[in-house]
Ligand binder design. Structure first.
Ligand code: HEC
Length: 162
């Protein structure tokens, strides 16, 4: 390729890059609330997505549903809730890997043991293992220096699923 052509190509690439940059830096979202360059936008989105606290909200809800599903012997609903709870925790730990060590017993023992009881459709085994799960929620809270987060058996249903 001739030098002249190479220069022309470089100019085209530069113009293209500048145009891209401008597009990436443009505000987006309803009313253009998300501003800054690409990294700044991702930072803002991760702030909104939340860390472990948001995951725990969902885990607590799913735990509650799981508890009543077992009481109702609605095993398919229990399966659904424990799977969703596991995934929520996995994603939460991906965002906050420093918490993974404290969650290890929960992930590798409390969840699979309770799944076994659900698969067995065994109310007695479920009752015993959900109580072990409660203790494991609490041991993680203690390890994370938040012993004031005391999980107990739910008293009331939160959703309209029976
Ligand atoms: C990593 C181990 C870990 C496990 C396992 C765990 N938690 Fe948590 N939990 C935390 C941490 C850390 C927080 C505080 C999060 C924050 O606000 O940053 C928390 C917060 C909470 C909160 C308060 C959320 C809020 O801010 O309103 C609830 C409710 C909760 N957990 C319920 C549970 C239940 C129920 C289980 C078991 C089914 C459970 N947790 C298992 C670590 C854990």
């Amino acid at each position: 390729m001739k030098i002249k052509n190479i220069c022309a190509l470089m100019v085209i690439i530069l113009i293209f890059c500048a145009a891209c940059q401008q597009t990436f830096d443009q505000p987006v979202g309803s009313g253009g609330w998300l501003t800054g360059d690409v990294n700044e936008k991702f930072e803002t989105v991760t702030e909104h997505l939340g860390g472990f606290g948001k995951a725990m909200w969902e885990v607590d809800y799913r735990f509650n549903e799981l508890y009543w599903a077992g009481k109702d012997k609605n095993w398919e609903y229990a399966e659904h809730q424990i799977d969703e709870m596991e995934e929520t925790l996995e994603l939460g730990l991906e965002r906050r890997p420093a918490r993974a060590a404290s969650a290890q017993q929960f992930m590798t023992s409390a969840i699979p043991d309770l799944k076994e009881a659900i698969d067995a459709r065994d109310p007695g085994m479920f009752e015993m293992r959900i109580n072990i799960m409660i203790n494991t929620c609490n041991s993680c809270h203690a390890l994370e220096e938040m012993p004031f987060l005391t999980v107990k058996e739910p008293l009331e249903r939160r959703s309209s699923i029976r």
